[in-house]
Each structure stands twice: as structure tokens, then as C-alpha cells.
Design a protein around this ligand. Sequence first.
Ligand SMILES: [Zn+2]
Length: 93
Amino acid sequence: MHVEIFQNSRAREIEEEFMAWRRRHPGGKLLNFRPAGTFMIHRSTCGHFEGGTTEKFANERKVCSESEADLRAWADLEGVEIVPCGSCMPGSD
Ligand SMILES: [Zn+2]
């Protein structure tokens, strides 16, 4: 299982690392923490991560992987629920 997690108070650096990961992994998927306690799964290319402010992205934990199966394995280990993004529909390919 291989996942990369982006989050913390170094907002600007983490933001840059997260955006760099998206560019390196255009076919990847990611989980984005939501206040409700669930993670929403997106394609790395999802428009939800374009054009926002730095801090907004970095303050919400991102779990990224080339493999959706690895993300689901991670979520099972953490005991968290995954909900699909309605915009990029990661389960549809
Ligand atoms: Zn999305």
C-alpha cells in the first residue's frame, strides 16, 4: 500500500507539494478530508483543487495515491468512510 499525505501548518509549502503531486500524477486519485468526518474521493485533476487559496487546501488533509485500491485500503485501516465527488466521479473509469 502506498499513499502520500499532505497536511499541516506549513500551509504554503504543503500547498506547493500537493499541487506538484497532482501534476506528477495526472492519473492519480486523492481523498480530501471533510468536516463531516468523511473523505471525499477525487481524481487528481478535479477542478475542485484549481484556483483556490493556499491555506484552504493545506488545512484539509489530503491522502493521495496512484491506486484507488490503496486509498480504499488506507481508509479501511483508518476506519473512515469515502464518498465520491459528484464533479469528477472517480468510480466511473
Ligand atoms: Zn472531484
